[in-house]
Design a protein around this ligand. Structure first.
Ligand SMILES: Cc1cc2nc3c(=O)[nH]c(=O)nc-3n(C[C@H](O)[C@H](O)[C@H](O)COP(=O)(O)OP(=O)(O)OC[C@H]3O[C@@H](n4cnc5c(N)ncnc54)[C@H](O)[C@@H]3O)c2cc1C
Length: 486
């Protein structure tokens, strides 16, 4: 079969469609699917490569190299800086993530109504969208026992009387084997194509222009010969779904949203490597599914992927203990305390394709992180851990609950390693143009013919894993647009 690049070779490089969706992550893939199934001529432009779930080992270095932007480590500059990760492949973050699913908490929806004037987004408004996404992605609970490292956190919380839950995942379990995570390439991407939509991978949108009622998306496309070339795509409608960092980058470059990108939010996260007296970890350990919600939404506690490369990364502040951890790694696992504070900005720089990302944390945000770290350590000791290494240089290891008195009231700026895998709110939705880049349905206030359909829209940190919220709003907005056009 002729590839897209072969089809285009030697042709006039202006390809047209009725609707262009830029970005094929959860927001973009779902939107493209609904529009294509409604009979629209849809073309999806995706910067990253196309490779199905089975082509890389989950959570491996190879996966990071092939499916993440910058090999999985980008940095938001600040004091402290925050390392963050973005998927960059057909399917976006859904291809590399853990699949942990939450609906948007009702109190967060209420907060968004109050702060941003977000309309038609109560829990009752969103339930049909949550339910449809849950069906489409087979959101379900583990059929068997959770990994031991996950259970240790749950045991600790239960011993302390704290609320802890097993989080469902988008995963099709089967009786014989590990089953299959229901990423975009397993769900909405094939549906787009079955409905006649086209997906063009290896193609980065650089600029959006509107002339005589039509959009041109100017792209840099990977050439089969290893080079790059310019290609223009035209459409009467454009939906931008490049994720919370890249969407405001593209809009700013295109002069479309000077305000977009001024209110980036993360879930800033501090990590702890815990040692237990007995093995809790093994090669191919399943995804940990327990989360402690006692202090939500301000602080959430959980267990991370803990394969040896992840353990090594989490031990960066304790280099002297690294070889001990690696030689006995089945007794160790990585845990996290996730918070909601801080605010960032995204800058575009002439001649450089990556944006500059800045993130600031106040004294109160560092106090929340310290509180999260303390509670996480308490929970792990209650769950049986006998040594803890926090991701703070010069702090720990801790060997008993009494050692936790050494955690300062605010984490030290110069010695704390923070990370996040959740970015949002850079082009928030809402009816108040002073606080939001788009209206309540994702149309840019200053250019309503351009829509956004990704994590940028979330008005503030949801305090839970965000993909469920991204998909529910993408579905709600796409159906509303189809209805208003009919
Ligand atoms: C390691 C990891 C684990 C995670 N675990 C969970 C989890 O368990 N549960 C959960 O709810 N969330 C999780 N998340 C977060 C979740 O993956 C994101 O919230 C979600 O993917 C956001 O969807 P999106 O559509 O906004 O953008 P993305 O998924 O970021 O997709 C955007 C797509 O647009 C493409 N793109 C960007 N710029 C351009 C351009 N200029 N031209 C063309 N294409 C472009 C990108 O390559 C990417 O494929 C995790 C994230 C990571 C990185």
């Amino acid at each position: 079969m002729e590839t897209w690049s072969e089809m285009m070779r030697g042709r006039d490089h202006r390809i047209s469609a009725e609707t262009i969706v830029v970005g094929s992550g959860p927001g973009g893939a779902l939107t493209a699917c609904l529009l294509a199934e409604a009979g629209r001529d849809v073309l999806v432009i995706e910067e990253g490569p196309r490779s199905g779930l089975s082509e890389t080992e989950p959570f491996s270095r190879d996966e990071m190299r092939r499916k993440y932007r910058n090999g999985g480590i980008s940095v938001a500059l600040g004091n402290p800086s925050v390392a963050f990760a973005e998927g960059r492949c057909v399917g976006g973050g859904s291809e590399v993530n853990s699949g942990l699913y939450h609906r948007t908490p009702p109190e967060i929806l209420e907060q968004w109504r109050r702060t941003h004037g977000l309309r038609d987004a109560t829990e009752a408004d969103l339930v049909p969208h949550f339910e449809a996404c849950e069906r489409d992605l087979s959101v379900s609970r583990l059929p068997g026992t959770a990994p031991a490292a996950s259970l240790r956190l749950h045991d600790g919380a239960t011993a302390l009387g704290w609320r802890s839950m097993e989080v469902p995942r988008w995963h099709r379990y089967d009786a014989q084997g590990p089953g299959c995570r229901q990423s975009m390439t397993e769900t909405y991407v094939p549906r787009v194509e079955r409905a006649g939509g086209r997906i063009v991978s290896g193609t980065r949108a650089r600029l959006l222009r509107r002339e005589a009622g039509r959009f041109t998306v100017r792209c840099a496309q990977d050439d089969p010969d290893g080079g790059r070339r310019e290609v223009d795509f035209t459409a009467s409608e454009v939906i931008v779904a490049c994720g919370a960092i890249q969407t405001p980058t593209l809009l700013r470059r295109s002069g479309l949203a000077p305000g977009g990108g001024t209110a980036l939010h993360f879930h800033p996260t501090v990590k702890v490597v815990a040692r237990f007296p007995e093995p809790v970890n093994q090669a191919g350990m399943g995804v940990p599914v327990h989360q402690v919600k006692e202090f939500s939404p301000r602080i959430g506690l959980g267990c991370s992927i803990s394969q040896p490369p992840h353990l090594a990364l989490a031990m960066v502040d304790h280099p002297d203990a690294l070889s001990e951890v690696m030689s006995d790694w089945s007794r160790y696992a990585v845990y996290y305390a996730m918070t909601t504070g801080g605010a960032g900005r995204i800058w575009t720089l002439p001649g450089i394709s990556d944006p500059l990302v800045q993130f600031s944390l106040s004294k109160a945000d560092l106090a929340d992180l310290a509180d999260g770290l303390r509670r996480l350590c308490e929970c792990l000791f209650a769950g049986g851990a006998d040594r803890l290494y926090p991701s703070v240089r010069g702090l720990g290891p801790f060997s008993s609950a009494a050692d936790l008195a050494r955690i300062p009231s605010g984490l030290p700026r110069a010695a704390t390693s923070l990370m996040t895998i959740h970015a949002f709110s850079s082009c928030a939705m809402g009816s108040d143009p002073r606080r939001s880049a788009t209206d309540s349905y994702g149309r840019l206030h200053r250019a309503p013919e351009v829509r956004i359909a990704d994590a940028s829209l979330l008005c503030s940190p949801p305090g839970v894993n965000p993909q469920g919220s991204v998909m529910a709003f993408a579905r709600r907005n796409a159906l509303a647009a189809l209805e208003s056009a009919s």
